[in-house]
Design a protein around this ligand. Structure first.
Ligand code: SAH
Length: 463
């Protein structure tokens, strides 16, 4: 993500003036924006267009004077010539934020495209680079938001004092969450029964008492923020605490509520900041204290994610939990390379295995499976890739079996390698940094590995 050169804020204009210097089409456009606020909007131009008469603005049909800026919160200059120059100079002298229409270099602020559901406003801005794009985004957001949104926000605002008195912190938030998302409240609105429904919901929350905590074991996918499920995204928004590993993309962690606590529990090779039993104890303690915990894991939580141990601990303490699947690294790697991990006549099965710490018996099984055509996806195997390939060959797998490696699968910066068990065992190529999936099996040759680097000179043909 790049850095913004502007900082979006909601700026108070109530009781102040918004002064627009100019009387043409551009001044009219700014006036239409300005009248969405409670500020008094003043148009100054010797020759204002007749259209201003239809807007709730005061028109001063004369030249600009510096004392026109008394009590001004914002100034727009939408004309050229002496009037425009005088207004710019006066605004700068008084330190009033200035917008010179269509001259970004002279602007202190830009006007975003606005979605108005007062008191809720959504501003879409592009720092002046792409106003057309901002307007298209606005149209999409407009379409997604109920026209009742503003009234709903006012309703929530009206409940604040009572909620603060009756419900403590986290429970108050849950109340508001339900109030603003519940289809029943929305329906009640249409019949003018919003306030009664809000009261009934408050009674219900007060009666319920403290709700028990819960742990959601959530798969974050292989590292792209758009390879998360909608359910994962929704639960992240509801969590009080997010407990995550290193492999989880920052963008996924960011999806959580802004004020959710975030705890990084490590699990980077070589840097064990938390042991597994410490993680188990942590999530048990948090959920035991009534928190809603998102335990966010790379890929799928049930695949080499040690979810089994965490679930055992949660069960032992009687804590409620749910598992939300994610795209596991091997499937992201299959997608990246259009590799059909099962394929009629070629591969009748797909095995997810770990190469790390595998014993001879396991390697013998895998060698047999790969020889029978099944596709192996080896996790945690990069640092032992060469020796693992050599051991599979020693256990009877043919050196000619195709191999494909995907480093950083599912991300834009992935790197691919293709070869055979023989070429992988030679250790000829140093693999790039990052997590990797090693595929072994005939089906690999049916994928699209055109972008792949060769592991050694003579490699499998690309289909
Ligand atoms: N639960 C995860 C796996 C965690 S074990 C999942 O379902 O994907 C960690 C191993 O997963 C790494 O050593 C690597 O083999 C694999 N891995 C995780 N993310 C990966 C990625 N983006 N690309 C390739 N391999 C990845």
């Amino acid at each position: 993500m790049g850095e913004l050169s502007t900082f979006p804020v909601s700026y108070k204009v109530e009781g102040k003036r918004i002064v627009i210097v100019g009387g043409g089409e551009e001044a009219l456009n700014k006036a239409r924006l300005a009248i969405k606020t409670t500020a008094s909007v003043v148009i100054i131009s010797p020759e204002p267009q007749p259209d201003f008469a239809e807007l709730p603005v005061s028109v001063l049909a004369r030249a600009f004077r510096p004392d026109d800026l008394v009590d001004a919160a914002l100034v727009f200059v939408a004309c050229t010539g002496a009037d425009g120059e005088a207004a710019k100079a006066a605004a700068r002298a008084r330190g009033i934020p200035l917008n010179v229409v269509d001259v970004p270099s002279e602007c202190d602020f830009y006007t975003p495209a606005i979605i108005d559901r007062a008191p809720v406003s959504i501003a879409v801005a592009s720092e002046g680079d792409a106003p057309v794009l901002a307007r298209l985004i606005r149209a999409r957001i407009e379409a997604a938001l109920s026209p009742n949104l503003g009234a709903l926000a006012r309703l929530a605002g009206g409940m604040r004092a009572r909620v603060a008195e009756l419900l403590p912190g986290a429970r108050a938030r849950r109340y508001y969450e339900e109030l603003v998302t519940s289809p029943e409240v929305e329906a009640a609105f249409l019949h003018g029964e919003g306030p009664a429904k809000a009261e009934a919901l408050l009674d219900q929350h007060v009666a319920e008492g403290d709700s028990p905590g819960v742990v959601w074991l959530i798969g974050a996918g292989p590292g792209s923020e758009d390879l998360l499920t909608l359910r994962a995204q929704r639960l992240l928004q509801q969590a009080d605490v997010i407990v995550h590993d290193h492999l989880v993309p920052a963008a996924a962690v960011e999806m959580g509520r802004r004020d959710a606590e975030r705890i990084l529990v490590g699990k980077q090779k070589g840097h064990h900041s938390f042991t597994q039993s410490e993680i188990n104890a942590l999530i048990v303690r948090l959920a035991g204290a009534g928190k809603r915990v998102a335990r966010l894991k790379g890929g799928d939580p049930m695949v080499f994610g040690r979810a089994g141990e965490e679930i055992e601990a949660l069960k032992a303490h009687g804590i409620d939990y749910h598992v939300v699947p994610g795209v596991t690294a091997a499937l992201a790697a299959a997608a990246d390379t259009a590799t059909p991990v099962t394929l009629r006549q070629v591969s009748t099965g797909f095995v997810l295995a770990t190469a790390h710490g595998a014993n001879s018996e396991e390697l013998r099984h895998w060698a047999a499976l790969a020889s029978a055509g099944l596709t192996l996806a080896l996790y945690m195997g990069k640092s032992v890739a060469g020796p693992t390939a050599a051991r599979l060959i020693a256990e009877g797998a043919s050196p000619a079996i195709p191999v494909g490696v995907v480093v950083r699968a599912g991300r834009n910066d992935r790197v691919l390698y293709r070869g055979t068990l023989g070429s992988l065992s030679s250790g000829a190529t140093a693999l790039e940094d990052g997590p990797a999936i090693i595929f072994v099996g005939e089906a690999i040759a049916h994928g699209d590995w055109r972008q792949a680097n060769a592991l050694a000179r003579a490699e499998f043909k690309v289909a």
